[in-house]
Ligand binder design. Sequence first.
Ligand SMILES: Nc1ncnc2c1ncn2[C@@H]1O[C@H](COP(=O)(O)OP(=O)(O)OP(=O)(O)O)[C@@H](O)[C@H]1O
Ligand SMILES: [Mg+2]
Length: 479
Amino acid sequence: MAESKKHLLLVEDETPLREALAERLAEQGFDVTQADSGEQAIEQLAEFAFDIVITDLRLPGLDGTRVLEAALLRYPDIVGIIVTGYGTVKDAVEAIKRGATDFVTKPFQFDELLHALNSALEKRRLKAENAYLRSQLQERYKFDGLIGRSPAMRALFQLLETVSSSASTILVTGETGTGKEVVARAIHHNSPRRAQRFVALNCGAIPETLLEAELFGHVRGAFTGAIGTRQGRLEQAHKGTLFMDEVGTMSPGMQMKLLRVLQEREFERIGDTHTTRVDVRVVAATNSDLHRMVSEGTFREDLFYRLNIIPIHLPPLRERKEDIPLLVQHFLKKFSVPEQPAAASRQSHSRGSEPDSRVLSMSQQAMRCLMAYAWPGNVRQLENAIERAVALSGGRMQIETSDLTADIQQASNGAAAPDVNLPEGGIDFERYINRIEHDLIRRALEKTGGNKGQASKLLNLKRTTLVEKLKRLEPRASP
Ligand SMILES: Nc1ncnc2c1ncn2[C@@H]1O[C@H](COP(=O)(O)OP(=O)(O)OP(=O)(O)O)[C@@H](O)[C@H]1O
Ligand SMILES: [Mg+2]
């Protein structure tokens, strides 16, 4: 352990177990205080600010949940670890929900407890560091290939900066195309593991039986067709990062096997009698709602907590529209580079500002459509839309609305109503709508210097419709 000694309160009523644990924890550099009952633990917590409390769940008198409650009440940042018997895992999970950091199930190896303890301490360190960084109000719009300026993305960049340095398991959630895989890669590339492999495994794309072989590998003759021994993705990712995509699709059997790997960092290749140990950092991703799956019983709750050590959520693009112009610019640059001889093309792609590269721009009206559209496929869909528009733009230097697909073109027409306050007394609907129409027409006329033809184009109206509306609206608008 790097910093000063951590003070640890160990609560366990079985004296031989408690004393043995205390001794081994002390060997690991912890300053250990022992308590043999919940009552005693609570007294000790009142007197001293411990960094860590490890408590048995079942105690005579006040139980571990109460000890934890008392600890968290006094020290919200305390690391709390629950030790639980086989039958009481549910209660331990409950304790996690109330603020415990982790739990171990009896009987356990000391290493297991130590692993839980160290990752819990790491998690707390990251939390503190992240809070500090956030307070520094750093301004950055980029993090390793990720672009964004919305508050959500800026907070994400800071979080990535801190979590990349750790080895804790990360769960990335978000709708399709929000950038979960980019995030996973960015974490790897900014971690101390960057020189080792980033191995990706899409759990959703592989049938269950194959998935097991993919993950764990197999020995020769393990099943029909297993001609030789083959390393699984876990071994390939040794000392590196394993990206497990679409974890929500795993069968109950695979979930159990993955749980074991996460807890013990060991597994057997299929057909092997030897146990293989690995050092992998797992980054998992899903676009399903694991919370709901847990409550419906289709995803193991204990696995969820093991994966969700550091949760990272990517909000959908429609909830961070201020990122759209920046992303558009980024993709325009990416797709504007003219075709070049194969050897040079890769280089010029990243430089982008070659003297002869022509970077297209986006017309304001097209940009309005892009901002108004709901992007169900998120950034991936935006990227595809820009690529298509660039291809369709021919020799023009500017992308027009007509280069966009019909549904995107229509978006700005069907844009949501401006933020309307609905007072208790209600509003006059007809008048309100008329005012909006009038306002839009007035702005279009202003912009075109009073030219009705051009104004009607801006509004995508027939000229005659605009003139008619003007006639209808003017008498109302003047009083
Ligand atoms: N913030 C971002 N900045 C730049 N590019 C991004 C960003 N987010 C996503 N992208 C791009 O969008 C595309 C989709 O990203 P990615 O594959 O990571 O999505 P995903 O969340 O894994 O989607 P799915 O759930 O469908 O697998 C990629 O081409 C990626 O480069
Ligand atoms: Mg993905």
